[in-house]
Design a protein around this ligand. Structure first.
Ligand code: FAD
Ligand code: NAD
Length: 490
């Protein structure tokens, strides 16, 4: 029977965030060992790998969301969830200040949640490097709301370009979609966008479709820096066929409501300033540290040299603290900020916490047995019953049990540090092609093409959170293939 109030005999474990790190922790945690409290402004888990597909309607957004309340329903012991943002963390008083940042507010909008143990899994925010105009004029691609906004704007640009008597220059501007950042987010989005135009818009509005252009801007000499050279070349040549214009060695410096200004480094080393008019601008230049994390870092002297997030040790304990752990994009553990890393970290913490609870229970049993051995048996003999209610034990039995518990303790206490096991990198690049760097049977396989696309689809389908999500995504794929994407602008 789930209990409603915090059990005073248990520690309170507070988990911040409902993303990859926190949810994989929750999935594997024995919740009956702690009073578990989850705090996040988002009351659902989001399957980010399919977010780029939501921008064009290949996949509908609700198919990749899973309500946190239904995830928690399946836990053995009740878990509290507060839809709120952690605005600051006080490691001295061991409290988290939380704020209701949603649209509807009650009388109580800000309060404190005390913790014994805290897991920070708040992810990261979008990097803009302070470049002027980015926040005001571009779309990001991180949350469901971003994908919905992009989907709406693409169609707005198309319908506006098709407006009666629109000038050719204006049609060109409106149908020019610029993506800044050649990491996997930018590449996957550019591919999805091109598919949308080729497969649907071209059929529906043929008169303007030749004017449509996608430009991908990247500051470094090539896109997908984390993939192998072979796959970078494959992606770049596929994009050329798809008529996606890749502009590398091009650093965006300023954004206005209708133009992007950038500095291009020419082969001779010279710099050139360019101005590109656009209709839609998507900004995908990676991660920046969230304010709540930056604030916590400033309160912990051991974090003073850390820049990209909370520095953690090999057990994911935040350096300079004893009772705060960090997972995912907000933690600096020496790995890339990916869902794969975050979910393995969450898994690891679940094992660690399950173990810690078992350790404490065993230690408690050993303590009570040892004290019963040292004490004269009280009249009625109620002590030293081994904690299992089986009645008084003889000294010999008690010693045997202690030995057994100590053996168990040694076994479970011996938990190894976190070790990341890389399963490979996958990215969709448009026209039913994907690239994959996977290691199988100790060998490396770098592949690109249609077969890889099928592999990409089946891998992502199997990684979806629930059977419900899996069926919805499959249904969306079949639906958009059979009937085309839905271009109604909501
Ligand atoms: P997130 O999943 O971002 O979750 C953070 C959580 O914290 C959210 O629930 C958020 O609402 C909550 N939160 C935010 N602020 C607060 C606060 N103040 N208090 C409390 N809670 C807060 N990785 C891969 O490995 N493979 C892929 O194919 C892949 N595709 C991607 C595609 C896109 C478009 C994007 C944007 C990312 C992709 N990634 C992929 C990267 C991956 O999504 C991230 O690395 C991963 O989400 C990190 O997990 P996390 O738990 O740290 O953070
Ligand atoms: P990223 O950090 O991987 O790439 C951002 C790119 O933007 C960089 O290549 C950078 O050089 C470029 N850039 C920065 N400033 C610029 C400027 N002013 N002008 C032009 N270019 C500029 O970011 P991401 O693609 O959002 O990915 C974030 C994380 O999520 C990564 O760890 C990535 O691996 C992961 N992810 C993985 C997948 C996948 O596996 N399919 C998909 C999406 C994201």
């Amino acid at each position: 029977e789930p209990q409603a109030d915090p059990d005073p005999s248990k520690k309170t474990l507070v988990i911040l965030g409902t993303g990859w790190g926190s949810v994989s922790l929750l999935k594997n945690l024995d919740t009956e060992n702690y009073n578990v409290v989850v705090i996040s402004p988002r009351n659902y888990f989001l399957f980010t790998p399919l977010l780029p597909s939501c921008t064009t309607g290949t996949v509908e957004h609700r198919s990749i969301m899973e309500p946190i309340r239904s995830i928690l329903l399946h836990k053995k012991a009740k878990v509290k969830f507060y839809e709120a943002e952690a605005s600051s963390i006080d490691p001295d008083r061991k409290v988290v200040i939380i704020r209701d940042s949603s649209e509807i507010k009650g009388d109580m909008t800000e309060t404190e949640v005390p913790y014994d143990m805290l897991v920070v899994g708040v992810g990261a925010e979008n990097a803009t490097f302070g470049i002027p105009g980015v926040r005001e004029h571009s779309c990001f691609l991180k949350e469901i709301g971003d994908a919905q906004q992009i989907r709406k704007k693409i169609m707005d640009c198309v319908e506006t370009a098709a407006f009666k008597d629109q000038t050719p220059a204006e049609i060109d501007r409106l149908l020019h979609m610029i993506v800044v950042g050649g990491g996997p987010t930018g590449v996957e989005f550019a591919g999805e966008l091109q598919d949308f135009f080729e497969e649907d818009i071209r059929k529906l509005i043929p008169e303007i479709s030749d004017r449509f252009r996608v430009t991908l801007i990247e500051a470094l000499p090539n896109v997908l820096p984390s993939f192998s050279k072979q796959l970078i070349d494959y992606t770049e040549s596929t994009f050329k066929e798809e008529k996606i214009d890749i502009r590398t060695k091009t650093m965006v410096k300023k954004v206005t409501d209708k133009t992007v200004e950038a500095e291009v480094t020419n082969p001779d080393g010279g710099k050139e300033h360019i101005v590109l008019p656009y209709g839609l601008l998507v900004w995908a230049t990676g991660n920046a540290v969230r304010p709540v994390v930056r604030d916590l870092m400033s309160r912990i002297p051991a974090q003073k040299d850390s820049r990209r997030g909370l520095a953690v040790n090999e057990y994911l304990v935040v350096q300079g603290t004893r009772d705060i752990w960090a997972v995912g994009d907000c933690a600096v553990a020496g790995y890339a900020p990916t869902a794969q890393v975050a979910s393995q970290e969450g898994n690891f913490l679940a094992r660690l916490f399950n173990n810690m609870a078992k350790t404490e229970a065993l230690e408690e049993k050993i303590r009570s047995l040892s004290s019963s051995l040292n004490l004269p048996t009280p009249p009625g003999g109620s002590s030293g019953d081994g904690g299992d209610g089986s009645g008084p034990l003889s000294a010999a039995e008690a010693s045997r049990l202690i030995e057994e518990y100590e053996r168990q303790l040694r076994r479970i206490k011996n938990i190894k540090p976190f070790h990341y096991s890389h399963q490979g990198s996958l990215a969709y690049i448009g026209s039913e092609k994907a690239v994959a760097d996977v290691s199988w049977f100790n060998g490396n396989l770098a592949t690109g093409g249609r077969l890889t696309f099928l592999f990409w689809r089946s891998a992502y389908l199997s990684m979806c959170f629930s059977t419900r999500n899996r069926l919805l995504v499959l249904n969306d794929w079949l639906k958009s293939k059979a009937f085309g994407r839905d271009v109604s602008r909501e």
